[in-house]
Ligand binder design. Structure first.
Ligand SMILES: [Mg+2]
Length: 203
């Protein structure tokens, strides 16, 4: 549990220290938000990872590689327990990973993903290796329920269906602008993780 403190300068006769509000509970999806799963999967399928920008629909088997979908599904089955695959994924474009790390030290920062559970250890290590200290790491499909239980106030995802589930819910759900979610009109859209943090931490 993190302490709650007001913003501003704390004055004392001995020292003066800047403290930051830490009463915001923030949630992040992982793949497509902080981790560049898309380039890594294209590469595993033998394609050019730079083509992630041509991936314009959400299902991962729709990735822009010229092999049959059955082959992509075979590769996906092989990758799920592959610790090296999960460990080798680079930070995603626009993920502002250093700022996520900084935020995780001053705000309760949760990561909620629908990755296969076999990737749990590699994912936890990946976050640690990128200097991120999460308040929690959850692997599940029902992100709205998880956010509700954890009293998360702002959540960022790249999957339109997930963000749409938060409509009418008091939590602020944002979608991170990616080629595969441009058809979604209803959510708050941000162009980078930094943009999201600017929005939720501005008050
Ligand atoms: Mg995602």
């Amino acid at each position: 549990m993190r302490a709650v403190a007001p913003s501003g300068m704390v004055k004392s006769s001995i020292f003066r220290v800047k403290v930051q509000r830490c009463n915001i509970r923030i949630g992040f999806d992982i793949d497509g938000v902080v981790c560049d799963f898309h380039s890594a999967f294209i590469k595993a399928c033998g394609g050019n990872p730079d083509n992630w920008k041509k991936w314009t629909s959400y299902p991962f088997e729709d990735c822009p590689v010229d092999i049959p979908n059955e082959k992509k599904l075979e590769i996906w089955d092989r990758l799920q327990p592959d610790q090296k695959f999960w460990a080798s994924i680079e930070p995603a474009y626009g993920s502002s990973i250093a700022r996520v790390a900084e935020t995780s030290r001053s705000h309760a920062t949760y990561f909620i993903t629908h990755r296969p559970i076999e990737a749990f250890a590699a994912t936890a290590q990946w976050l640690y290796d990128h200097d991120i200290r999460p308040a929690g790491l959850l692997f599940l499909k029902d992100k709205r329920r998880a956010c509700s239980g954890l009293r998360i106030e702002a959540f960022l995802d790249d999957y339109g269906n997930v963000v749409s589930e938060f409509e009418g819910y008091k939590l602020q759900a944002f979608i991170l602008d990616r080629p595969w979610n441009r058809d979604l009109k209803v959510a708050k859209r941000v162009t980078s993780v930094g943009n999201f943090l600017d929005e939720v931490l501005k008050n």
